[in-house]
Design a binder for this molecule. Structure first.
Ligand code: GLY
Length: 364
């Protein structure tokens, strides 16, 4: 078991990682129940796969599930209104905590509902996808998608606790597991070359779900994220922005594939990381050997390592135009997360659009 503190003063909380935790969550959730009752926001697929195990481990607490439709469509104004109305009908109070039990969509949606219902109540994250476990459940970013783009309406609202059960992802299909692995790999690339080397040796075991390897990888990625979030909770100091490595290129790839299941977010991040390293090498910032190692690892574990692998044939100009719809732009410019080597990412605000377009036109 690992317990990782997210050191945010009055908003501090723990991330508990333990195999089998979902089947014995009651003891951790007891203090969040009111009159023995927990409101659980979940989706139909997650509840069908894991609901029984979760309820059996609640030690007599009653779970009142609000079951949303699976998929991104629930992370919308309509889904939010529906959820908030149900929470109010159930009599949720400001001091209550709801339980977000599901993948990234449920975590983002339920977290945002918790940020606004009764002007804010508490919530606990129980992420059930690998991507949510290593990234979206930690750090308090909550959001819905709107017509203008993904995650454009939301709030920073920290959970009170995060419970991660690595075994919960056993029924995920391998493509979703690899997509989650991309976010683990991203942490290594940002500032942990030792973890990168460990992943080179053990990445396949992590993806295969070997217990010790999976737990170590999740704990290392979460500890990395917790440190960054504690230093720059609201992404205003240039530190948390590092977590966007691969995301600016990745956003363009997702846009080029219509934000569809043709390319999962984690897959776009993987290809985006490879492009960020190739671009850094082209600018003479990092060695082409490092960029090659990044690409080779992605290929070895079955993740896309460039435009072709991601199924993208758009021109550089089209991809750069798509990047400009990213919410991370500042004064009309996009900060890029580039690297001086593996484990040495930094924010570069000096990149010109034309240079990126020209790079993408030649990138594979
Ligand atoms: N997923 C990036 C962040 O939480 O800041």
């Amino acid at each position: 078991m690992s317990v990782i503190p997210v050191a945010l003063g009055a908003r501090a909380y723990d991330v508990v990682i333990e195999d089998g935790l979902i089947g014995r969550a009651g003891e951790r959730l007891f203090s969040f129940a009111r009159d023995g009752r927990l409101i659980v926001v979940t989706d139909a697929n997650v509840w069908a796969a894991l609901g029984e195990r979760f309820v059996a481990g609640l030690g007599g607490l009653d779970a009142v599930p609000i079951v949303m439709a699976p998929g991104e469509a629930s992370k919308s104004w309509v889904g939010l209104a529906n959820l908030v109305d149900q929470l109010l009908v159930l009599g949720i109070e400001r001091n209550d905590h709801l339980i977000a039990f599901g993948g990234g969509v449920i975590g983002d949606l339920a977290g945002f509902a918790a940020a606004i219902v009764n002007r804010g109540c508490g919530y606990v994250q129980v992420p059930t996808s690998l991507l949510a476990q290593v990234d979206s459940s930690v750090g308090g970013k909550t959001a819905i998608n709107v017509a203008a783009g993904k995650n454009l309406v939301g709030a920073f609202h920290q959970p009170a606790l995060v419970l991660i059960d690595p075994a919960a992802t056993a029924s995920l299909d391998p493509r979703h597991v690899r997509a989650g692995y991309a976010e683990i790999f991203k942490y290594a690339l940002i500032e942990d070359v030792g973890f990168f080397e460990w992943l080179e040796a053990h990445g396949s075991a992590v993806i295969a779900g070997e217990t010790a390897a999976r737990e170590h990888a999740i704990a290392t990625a979460v500890a990395g994220k917790a440190k960054v979030v504690a230093e720059d909770e609201r992404e205003t100091k240039g530190r948390r922005a590092l977590l966007n490595l691969g995301h600016t290129f990745g956003h363009a790839l997702e846009a080029a594939t219509g934000f569809s299941d043709a390319l999962f977010h984690g897959e776009a991040v993987a290809a985006g990381c490879a492009l960020a390293f190739d671009f850094s090498a082209q600018r003479g910032l990092c060695s082409s050997e490092d960029a090659g190692r990044v690409r080779a690892h992605l290929v070895r574990v079955g993740l896309p390592a460039g435009l072709r692998d991601a199924g993208v044939s758009a021109s550089g100009a089209e991809l750069v135009a798509a990047m400009m719809t990213d919410k991370k732009k500042e004064g009309g410019r996009l900060p890029f997360i580039l690297a001086r080597g593996i484990g040495a990412a930094f924010v570069d605000k000096s990149v010109e659009r034309a240079e990126v377009a020209e790079f993408l036109d030649r990138a594979g």
